[in-house]
Write a protein that binds this ligand. Structure first.
Ligand code: NAD
Length: 483
C-alpha cells in the first residue's frame, strides 16, 4: 500500500518506486519544510527488504535494457527530459518546499539543468561515444563500453533532483539499471521523477527509488552484492563508510564530496568582478559543495575589497525562498543551522572577528542564518579547515603569488578554486599549481557537461562528465579480432 501528499499544490507519491510500481513501508519518516517547519509528508522508510526488492527488479530489467539499442535508449532519455521540462514549475515548487532553496533558481537554472542532464548524455551516447579501433600485427582491436549492471546512486539534499539526474542520466544511457536512494531531508522530487520516467515509457525496473535513511536503506544498498557501481555525492564521513562497503564487494565507486575552496584575489584583479564573485558564494545559503568560502585577498587591495564586499553583501535580501526577489533562503534543517552557529561561535571564541552577520536572523526566525564574513581567523583553525556548508565566508590576506598559492592549497580538500587576476600569464601559472578538480579564472560556476567534474584529495575519487561518465558506468572492453 502506498499513498501521496499534497505539497505546494502538487500531488507527490510518498512510497518507493520499485519494478514500475509504488510500494509503501510499514514505517515512515516525517519530511518537514525548512521554510516554516510545516510537515510536508510522511514518507516510506525503506530498509533491507525494500532494497532487496529494488535491486532484484533492477537486475531483472538489466537484460532487456542493456540490449536495447543506443538510439532507443537515447529516445527514452529525451522523453524523460521533456517530462521534466513540462513539469518544471511543479518540480521547482516541490523542491523549494522540501529543501528551502530559491524558487527563482529552481525555475531558471536547476530544473532546466536536470532536463539537460538527460538530453546531454542521450546525445553523447549517440553522437560522441566512439568505439576506437586500431590494428596490432594484423589483428583488429575494438573498444566497447559495456553496461556494468545495477548502479546504486546515493544523493544529498542541497540540489536533490539536479544531482540525482547527473548520475541517473549517464547510468541509464550506458545501458545500466538504477536504484536511487535520495537524501531523507529531501525525498520528494525523486518521487516525481519516477512518475516522469513511467510517463516517458521507461521499462519497469530500469529506474527504482528506495526512500529512507542513510544508515538503513543507504547502507543496505551500498552493501548489496548485486550492485555493480556505486555513485555517491555527499559528505566525507559517509564516503568512508560507503568505500568500506564497496571494498568488500570490490565495486567501483565514484565519490563527489565536500570542499573548502579558495577564491584568490590578486592585486591586479578587477575588484568589482572579484567582489561580485565573492558575494555569489552565499548562493543556496552557502549549501554548495563548490563554494569558494575562503576569500584570499592580496594585501594591497584587501581593505578596499572588504569595504566593497560588505557594501554589496548588505544588499542581499534574506527571506522566503518562494518569493522571486529573495537572494538567500533558509538552511535545510535545524541540525544544519545549529552546526553553522557552532562553527561561528567557536571561530569567534578562537579570535576571529565578525565583519558581517555571525548569527541566525532573529527577525525571520526559523532556519535563517545571516550571510556572514569572518576575518582574522587563526591559520590552521577549525573555521579555515572544516567544511561549514552554510553562508559563512572567511577573509585572509596574502603577500605575493607564492604565498597566495600556498594558502589556497593549504586544505585537505581539492574540489574547486577560483582566481581573479588581470594578468593572463599569472592566471596560467597559478591555475597550473592549484590542487582542484575545477579551476575558474575570472568566473565562477560555469559548467559544461563535456568537462570532467570531480575532486582531488578528500573532495572525492573519480571524474564524471562526457566520456568520463561512461568510463565509470561501463565495463570498458577490448575485443581483438584476427583478420
Ligand atoms: P551525507 O553524507 O550526510 O548524506 C548524503 C547521502 O548519503 C544521503 O542520501 C544519506 O542518506 C546517505 N547516507 C548517509 N549515511 C549512509 C550510509 N552509511 N550508507 C549509505 N548512504 C548513506 O551528506 P549531506 O549532508 O546530505 O550532503 C552534504 C555534503 O555533500 C557536503 O559535504 C557537500 O559538500 C557534499 N556535496 C558534494 C557535491 C559534489 O559534487 N562534490 C555536491 C553536493 C554536495
Amino acid at each position: 500500500m502506498s499513498s501521496s501528499a499534497r505539497v505546494a499544490g502538487v500531488e507527490v507519491p510518498t512510497g518507493h518506486w520499485i519494478g514500475g510500481g509504488r510500494l509503501g513501508s510499514a514505517r515512515t519518516f516525517a519530511d518537514h519544510s525548512p521554510i516554516d517547519g510545516a510537515l510536508l509528508a510522511e514518507v516510506a522508510r525503506g530498509g533491507a527488504a525494500e532494497v532487496e526488492a529494488a535491486v532484484s527488479a533492477a537486475r531483472q530489467a538489466f537484460g532487456g535494457w542493456s540490449r536495447t539499442s543506443r538510439e532507443r535508449r537515447a529516445e527514452l532519455l529525451h522523453a524523460i527530459a521533456e517530462g521534466i521540462e513540462k513539469r518544471t514549475d511543479e518540480l521547482a515548487r516541490v523542491e523549494t518546499a522540501d529543501n528551502g532553496a530559491l524558487l527563482r533558481s529552481h525555475l531558471r537554472g536547476v530544473m532546466p539543468r536536470a532536463a539537460h542532464n538527460f538530453r546531454f548524455f542521450a546525445n553523447w551516447l549517440v553522437d560522441e561515444l566512439a568505439h576506437p579501433e586500431f590494428d596490432t600485427r594484423g589483428h583488429r582491436n575494438q573498444v566497447s563500453w559495456d553496461p556494468a549492471g545495477v548502479c546504486a546512486l546515493i544523493t544529498p539534499w542541497n540540489a536533490p533532483l539536479m544531482l540525482a539526474t547527473w548520475k541517473i542520466a549517464p547510468a541509464l544511457a550506458a545501458g545500466n539499471t538504477v536504484v536511487l536512494k535520495p537524501a531523507e531531508w529531501t525525498p520528494l522530487t525523486a518521487s516525481l521523477l519516477a512518475d516522469i520516467t513511467a510517463e516517458a515509457g521507461l521499462p519497469d525496473g530500469v529506474f527504482n527509488v528506495v526512500q529512507g535513511f542513510g544508515a538503513e536503506a543507504g547502507a543496505a544498498l551500498t552493501e548489496h552484492p548485486d550492485v555493480r557501481r556505486i555513485s555517491f555525492t555527499g559528505s566525507v564521513p559517509t564516503a568512508r563508510t560507503i568505500a568500506a562497503a564497496a571494498a568488500r564487494n570490490l565495486v567501483p565507486t565514484s565519490l563527489e564530496l565536500g570542499g573548502k575552496s579558495p577564491l584568490l584575489v590578486f592585486a591586479d584583479a578587477d575588484l568589482d568582478l572579484a567582489v561580485r564573485l565573492a558575494v555569489e558564494q552565499y548562493d543556496n545559503a552557502g549549501q554548495v559543495c563548490l563554494s569558494a568560502v575562503r576569500l584570499l585577498v592580496e594585501e594591497p587591495v584587501a581593505e578596499e575589497f572588504q569595504r566593497r564586499f560588505l557594501e554589496r553583501a548588505s544588499l542581499l535580501r534574506q527571506g522566503d525562498p518562494r518569493e522571486l526577489d529573495t537572494d538567500i533562503g533558509p538552511q535545510v534543517h535545524p541540525r544544519q543551522l545549529d552546526r553553522i552557529d557552532g562553527f561561528v561561535r567557536r571561530a569567534v571564541a578562537a579570535g576571529a572577528t565578525v565583519a558581517l552577520g555571525g548569527e541566525p536572523n532573529s527577525e525571520l526566525g526559523g532556519l535563517y542564518y545571516r550571510p556572514t564574513l569572518l576575518t582574522g581567523a587563526r591559520p590552521g583553525s577549525e573555521i579555515l579547515t572544516e567544511e561549514v556548508f552554510g553562508p559563512v565566508l572567511t577573509l585572509q590576506t596574502f603577500s605575493g603569488e607564492e604565498q597566495g598559492i600556498a594558502m589556497a592549497n593549504d586544505s585537505r580538500f581539492g574540489l574547486a578554486a577560483t582566481l581573479v587576476t588581470g594578468a593572463p600569464a599569472r592566471a596560467e601559472r597559478v591555475s597550473a599549481r592549484l590542487v582542484a578538480g575545477t579551476v575558474w579564472v575570472n568566473c565562477f560556476f560555469v559548467r559544461d557537461l563535456r568537462a570532467p567534474f570531480g575532486g582531488s584529495r578528500e573532495s572525492g575519487i573519480g571524474r564524471e562528465g562526457g566520456t568520463w561518465s561512461f568510463d565509470f558506468y561501463c565495463d570498458v572492453k577490448n575485443s581483438v579480432y584476427a583478420q
